[in-house]
Structures are given as structure tokens and as C-alpha cells.
Design a binder for this molecule. Structure first.
Ligand code: ADP
Ligand code: MG
Length: 337
């Protein structure tokens, strides 16, 4: 298959009227009032996914993590481009990958309008860039949080982290050995570990970007971020940018049934430090509580109020169920640490 056959077959789909998609030197998206919200994410084999991951899930996730950034800004998806480096051409793999990507693109009105395709000696390399639209005055910036705000988070946290640790263990890879979560997972019998992996794995491989929620929050929330590196670290970005601090109640962290069944200290570690959650963390005035609860019902995404912002810029502090500082709280993910 030639490069151009590959592009035609796997990456060319009809696009909405008014858009020029794959096939010319550039894609054309109509200019509209407001701002472009643009975000890009790189996914590397071995670092962000395993070579044997379900290719349909990989296509989904490559776009999902970018749509999550649009959601966190309160932006409406408009289109995306894909850079892909492949060691070899495997038509069945590409078919499944493209289906996963196109299905999510269609679901959120974010057509693939261009990209670049190349051979890569270094394993599968993916780069997706999304374009969205937002009224810049309503965009959910990280620096717009205010002391006294409530801190909210969507969905549940920690499942993807647990799934990743269990996959690493299954593959015999070195896993982080300290902390209550590592201890609990190390102590699980193989059948219990397999059950826990089965009930958490979907959150790792098929993240659902909170696009509708992000759009509904524009103009309601003050600041927002998507939880990609761990709640503590990501909420830490909000308070650092906004010049305030946060107090989070561990007992209010939203947990799936699978994580609720773990000892609290282990579940909290996953919820506070675990990456790849792709939930939205946002802050809003307490006066907006009723409105936010209505919008949770309307968008079908559960929202938990997990803490408050304080004027002192002391970072993020976490209190346990008794109101005492939770120590040994994990820091979250950093590629260069
Ligand atoms: P150019 O050399 O002008 O950059 P290419 O030959 O690389 O163009 O690509 C031809 C067309 O196919 C362009 O419209 C480009 O955007 C599109 N394209 C290439 N690779 C991909 C891909 N992986 N996904 C979507 N579109 C792609
Ligand atoms: Mg090119």
C-alpha cells in the first residue's frame, strides 16, 4: 500500500459542509468569531501505550486526550489533525485504529481534516492536534480561580492508575513499590488482581472526554483543568496560576465501586496522584452550587464537591476523614522527574 492509498483508505472521511478536509496542502476551517482553542498531545509506544494495545482503543484515546483539553477550556471541537509514524504498514491494525479515532471524532463533531504519515524506526508515534472554538471571555482558564470557590471534580478518579499498575505487574515490569496503593496491590491474589483490572481497565483505555460538561461550564466555572497527571498536581496548577491555595477532603473524592472496595488510603492515593483520569477539575462560586448540580444532571456526568480554595498560597492540602492532614500524599506524574 502506498502512503497515499493508506491516507485515502484509513484517514479520509467525508467532512461537514464548509470544511476542506484531507487531500490538499492545508485543511480549511471556516473562520468564526471568538478564539481558536488549540491543543496537541504526543503518544509514544512504550511510554504512553503498549505496542499490543487494542488499536481501536488507541485511536480513541489519541483523540480523547486532546478533546479533554478542549473540554477543560470550555471549547467546542471543530477539527483535528493526526501525525503518525509507523514502523510497518499493517492494514488491519490501521483499520481498527482509524475506526476508533473516527468514531470519537464523529461523536463530538471533530473531523480529522489532515495530518502527516511517515515511516518510523522508533515504534509507533502519534501526535494529534485539536482545534476548537471558544469565546475567549468565557474560556475556562487556570488562572481565574478565586479564594472561597468550591472545588469540583467530575466522574470518578483513580481507576486508570490502578489499571496501569496492574497491567505493569501482569507484564512483570518494575512497579512503584512504596505507598499504601502499591502495598494493597502487591498483596492481592492473582484472581483478585485480575478482577480489579477487569473493572478498571476501560477507564485507562477508553477515556471519555467531558466535552459537554466543559461547554456547559463555560461562563459558570471560574477555572478548570483536565486531570491528566493526577488531581493534586493538576489542581496544583490551578492554585499556582491563581495565587491561592486549596483544601481537599479526601473522604469526598469520587470513587468507582471497584476503588471504594479498596482500603481508603490506597484508593485516595490513586485518586489524588493517579494520571490518565481525563475528568474535569474546576472551581466555582458557592453561589453557583444549585446551577452546577442541575448541569450535572443535564450532562449526565456526576459532579463531586471535594474542597474549597483559601486565600493563602499554600498549594493543595488534603485532609482525611477526621479533618487531619493526610501525609505521604503522592505528587503526580512528571515526565522529567
Ligand atoms: P504535504 O506533502 O503537502 O504535506 P502529504 O502528502 O503529507 O501532503 O499529505 C497529503 C494529504 O493527506 C494532506 O491533505 C494531509 O493533510 C493528509 N494526511 C496525511 N497524513 C494524514 C494522516 N495521518 N491523517 C489525516 N490526514 C493525513
Ligand atoms: Mg506531508
Amino acid at each position: 500500500m502506498s502512503e497515499f492509498d493508506l491516507i485515502r483508505r484509513h484517514f479520509t472521511r467525508p467532512v461537514p459542509a464548509g470544511i476542506l478536509g484531507v487531500g490538499d496542502d492545508c485543511a480549511l476551517l471556516p473562520a468564526a468569531p471568538g478564539a481558536w482553542a488549540i491543543s496537541t498531545d504526543l503518544l509514544l509506544e512504550g511510554r504512553h501505550f503498549y505496542a499490543d494495545v487494542d488499536p481501536r482503543a488507541l485511536g480513541h484515546k489519541a483523540l480523547a486526550v486532546n478533546l479533554s483539553d478542549l473540554a477543560a477550556m470550555g471549547a467546542q471541537p471543530a477539527g483535528c489533525v493526526l501525525g503518525i509514524g509507523l514502523p510497518a504498514v499493517d492494514a488491519a491494525w490501521l483499520d481498527a485504529f482509524a475506526q476508533g479515532l473516527h468514531a470519537l471524532a464523529e461523536a463530538w463533531g471533530c473531523p480529522l481534516v489532515g495530518g502527516d504519515t511517515t515511516r518510523s524506526a522508533a515504534g509507533i508515534t502519534l501526535s494529534v492536534t485539536v482545534f476548537g472554538r471558544v469565546d475567549a471571555r468565557r474560556a475556562l482558564r487556570r488562572n481565574a480561580a478565586r479564594p472561597g470557590d468550591d472545588v469540583w471534580v467530575s466522574g470518578t478518579l483513580g481507576d486508570a492508575d490502578v489499571a496501569l499498575r496492574l497491567l505493569q505487574r501482569e507484564r512483570g515490569e518494575a512497579v512503584a513499590a512504596s505507598g499504601p496503593l502499591a502495598e494493597v496491590l502487591a498483596g492481592l491474589a492473582p484472581e483478585a488482581a485480575a478482577r480489579l483490572l477487569a473493572s478498571t481497565r476501560e477507564r485507562l483505555e477508553w477515556p471519555q472526554p467531558r466535552v459537554a460538561l466543559g461547554l456547559a461550564l463555560a461562563g459558570v466555572a471560574h477555572a478548570a483543568i483536565d486531570v491528566s497527571d493526577g488531581l493534586l498536581q493538576d489542581l496544583g496548577h490551578i492554585v499556582a496560576a491563581s495565587g491561592c491555595g486549596a483544601v481537599v477532603q479526601a473522604a469526598r473524592l469520587p470513587l468507582s465501586p471497584a476503588l471504594s472496595a479498596l482500603p481508603p488510603a490506597a484508593a485516595w492515593q490513586a485518586a489524588l496522584g493517579g494520571g490518565d483520569a481525563y475528568e474535569l477539575c474546576f472551581t466555582a462560586s458557592p453561589a453557583g452550587r444549585a446551577r452546577i448540580e442541575t448541569l450535572a444532571a443535564r450532562t449526565g456526568v456526576a459532579l463531586a464537591r471535594i474542597g474549597t480554595l483559601e486565600p493563602q498560597a499554600r498549594g493543595v492540602r488534603v485532609l482525611d476523614a477526621a479533618g487531619l492532614p493526610l501525609d505521604g500524599v503522592p505528587a503526580g506524574f512528571d515526565h522529567f522527574r
